[in-house]
Design a protein around this ligand. Structure first.
Ligand code: SAM
Ligand code: SF4
Length: 320
């Protein structure tokens, strides 16, 4: 469907839980008050909302969290979503720590792709950055398992001030993985970790790997801009929400683990779909309410005028 700005909205991020087994400093460094399990949408409720979304033309879904794989039986949900007529892709973003146990089941369930978030390849730095819960090796084993299961996998790396991008790119080169560098956004604790811009990073990568040429073909459902560098084998993606605002082509909405339909990262504005579901509204009514809410999707984010931001949740509660 189109929103008030004429943008085609065809992508929904579904957060399965606010819980996470890591404590990334820029995302959820401390425990947060956990949402009670009874307040989370169950899988049947998620499927009802996904069916309404599909009827509105939203056909690509990304499972996120917190950490989506800490929720039980995620492959079952993947299978349920893939069985909805009209669904094009179901993908996931994960910290990778639990992937080695889940990769084969996720493949069987039909998952179309996985983004693994990986910010460093130094085991000590990883422990410091993610809260000393799971070792870096668990993520690296998870990536291998996904590759063995033949699920397409990409790396997501947040552009922090002390990012060692050279090691990330050299690991990705050896493992034949596409990397996307994401600019840190001033959401929650991210405000204190804003790194250099992707523009500066791009220039540094050019110095090492030669001229970067934009890839014109559209890749994936997201805002990443991909480039090919003369002396680097794979494409490299840049998601530059801060320094190259892409709001005019934004195609996404978010569903929180509690069933709140969120329209833009910056603002709290949205709609409580769980209430509609649990009050017994029909699918037709839910769909109509979703349509009205999505039509009013804000025109742009306001990261450069932080006083206008109304979102107070941390990224782990929003789902990235
Ligand atoms: N736990 C999963 C993971 O780490 O991929 C899914 C949830 S996590 C919130 C989704 C993505 O958001 C991760 O790639 C994470 O690095 C990114 N993220 C968290 N806080 C951020 C911020 N302030 N700015 C930009 N990206 C952020
Ligand atoms: Fe957890 Fe992902 Fe946030 Fe790290 S970025 S704390 S893994 S939700």
């Amino acid at each position: 469907m189109k929103d008030q700005a004429g943008r085609t909205i065809d992508y929904m991020r579904i957060s399965l839980t606010d819980r996470c087994n890591l404590r990334c400093r820029y995302c959820m460094p401390h425990d947060i008050k956990k949402i009670e399990m009874s307040q989370l949408l169950n899988y049947e409720e998620i499927v009802v909302i996904a069916k309404c979304a599909v009827e509105l033309g939203i056909v690509n879904f990304k499972l996120t969290g917190g950490e989506p794989l800490v929720r039980k039986n995620v492959p079952v949900l993947v299978e349920m979503l893939k069985a909805i007529p009209g669904v094009k892709t179901v993908t996931m973003t994960t910290n990778g720590t639990l992937l080695s146990s889940y990769a084969a089941e996720l493949k069987k369930a039909g998952l179309d792709g996985i983004n693994v978030s990986l910010d460093t390849l130094d085991a000590d730095a990883f422990a410091k950055l993610t809260g000393h819960t799971f070792p870096l090796s668990s993520v690296l084993e998870g990536i291998k398992a996904v590759q063995q299961a033949e699920i397409p996998v990409k790396l997501n790396t947040v552009n922090r001030r002390d990012l060692d991008w050279k090691t990330i790119l050299s690991y990705a080169k050896d493992q034949h993985l596409v990397v996307r560098f994401i600019e840190m956004m001033p959401i929650g604790y991210g405000k204190d970790y804003m790194g250099t811009s992707n523009e500066i990073l791009f220039a540094q990568i050019q110095e090492l790997y030669g001229t970067g040429i934009p890839v014109t073909e559209r890749k994936g459902n997201g805002p990443a801009k991909y480039y090919r560098f003369e002396n680097y084998p794979d494409e490299i993606g840049f998601i530059s929400a801060i320094h190259h605002k892409f709001c005019d082509t934004c195609n996404r909405i978010r569903l929180s683990s509690e069933g709140y339909l969120k329209l833009c990262l910056c603002y709290e504005q949205g709609m409580d779909l769980r209430k509609l579901l649990r009050d017994g509204s029909s699918m037709k009514e839910i769909k109509a309410q979703m349509q009205q809410a999505i039509a009013r999707k804000p025109l742009e984010h306001c990261f450069s005028e932080k006083e206008k931001m109304t979102e107070t949740q941390v990224m782990a509660q929003i789902g990235g």
